[in-house]
Write a protein that binds this ligand. Structure first.
Ligand code: PPS
Length: 299
């Protein structure tokens, strides 16, 4: 596939230590997110890109519907993102202010750009982290289909940009460490993508307890069933196949790509892997959460 056949090269906008996406984010609008008044029922799913955002959208909407997938299935061409959008995308902040509860939102923003009301105990945060080698690979493939992002010339070029944090929203290391450092100052549940792969039911149970939304055994089983990779892939509004071609070039690949642990082994050279490990050890040496790097380690 010729990766250079593509589109214009959109620019990242550097703003308050974050790379925003020109045309998708408006810095003035993003600045106003900090002043949002929060309710206790507001929930933000926070992720670095490619860490399980749309998986959590599906789980949250199913939890809300007590596992009744038909009640969240819409035939109007909209996707889960229309119900649970990214707060930082232009236009979303105004709609948030007037939306009825519960206001469920996702975001890739770092902590310092989020509503200060979170630090006063208002609202809840579910942070999902994924092992960064798989994030890098998933993000590389996503850059090929996302029209708002620059198409990488090669994997090697993208690898270097990722390692330098020259992607939206900046460095994976800063994002995860930054949010984790506020774990005890906000109402936060910290989970990993790999835990979800390993035992989805246990994670959904933790989320339902955290949100104080109890489920019966049957409802829990239904939430889990309709949020597995294979089932979500068959639901157009959950798998993003409905997103217009102007945003995602579907011919370049699928949003629901592999959904596993360890695909990085098919992409990183041994030199890149060594470099990654050195940076990871330096950056994450005091980080108390460990990551799973291989699907075989979950068994
Ligand atoms: S984005 O663009 O930041 O919102 O992407 P995000 O949703 O965070 O991450 C996309 C990756 O998550 C995978 N995914 C899943 N994996 C396992 N099970 C389920 N149900 C699931 N849903 C989404 C998706 O396939 C992307 O990972 P890769 O590695 O590219 O397959």
């Amino acid at each position: 596939m010729d990766l250079n056949e593509t589109r214009t090269h959109p620019e990242l906008l550097r703003h308050k230590d974050v790379n925003l996406i020109s045309g998708t984010h408006d810095p003035d609008d993003v600045d106003q997110i900090q002043d949002l008044d929060l309710r206790d029922s507001d929930v933000f799913v926070v992720t670095y890109p490619k860490s399980g955002t749309i998986w959590l959208q599906q789980i949250m909407l199913l939890l809300q519907a007590k596992g009744d997938v038909t009640s969240i299935s819409r035939t109007d061409g909209t996707s889960n993102a229309d119900v649970m959008p990214w707060i930082e995308v232009s236009g979303c902040r105004e709609r948030f202010a007037v939306a009825p509860p519960p206001r469920l939102r996702v975001t890739h923003l770092p902590y310092h750009l989020m509503p200060t009301a979170l630090s006063r105990g208002r609202g809840k945060v579910i942070y999902v982290a994924r092992n960064p080698k798989d994030v890098l690979v998933s993000y590389f493939h996503f850059h090929k289909l996302a029209n708002m992002l620059e198409t990488p010339k090669s994997f090697d070029e993208f690898f270097e940009k990722f390692m330098r944090g020259e992607v939206f929203p900046s460095s994976w290391f800063d994002h995860v460490k930054g949010w984790y450092s506020h774990k005890d100052h906000v109402n936060m549940l910290f989970i990993t993508y790999e835990e979800m792969i390993q035992d989805l039911q246990a994670v959904v149970e933790r989320i339902s307890v955290f949100l104080d939304r109890p489920l019966t055994g049957g409802q829990l089983a239904a939430v889990v069933k309709h949020s597995t990779f294979s089932n979500m892939s068959k639901i157009p509004k959950a798998s993003y196949v409905q997103v217009p071609d102007s945003l995602l070039s579907h011919r370049m690949g699928r949003f629901m790509r592999k959904g596993t642990i360890g695909d990085w082994k098919n992409h990183l050279s041994s030199t890149q892997n060594r470099w990654f490990d050195e940076v990871f050890q330096r950056e994450m040496k005091d980080f108390p959460v460990s990551f799973v790097w291989d699907i075989g380690d979950t068994e």
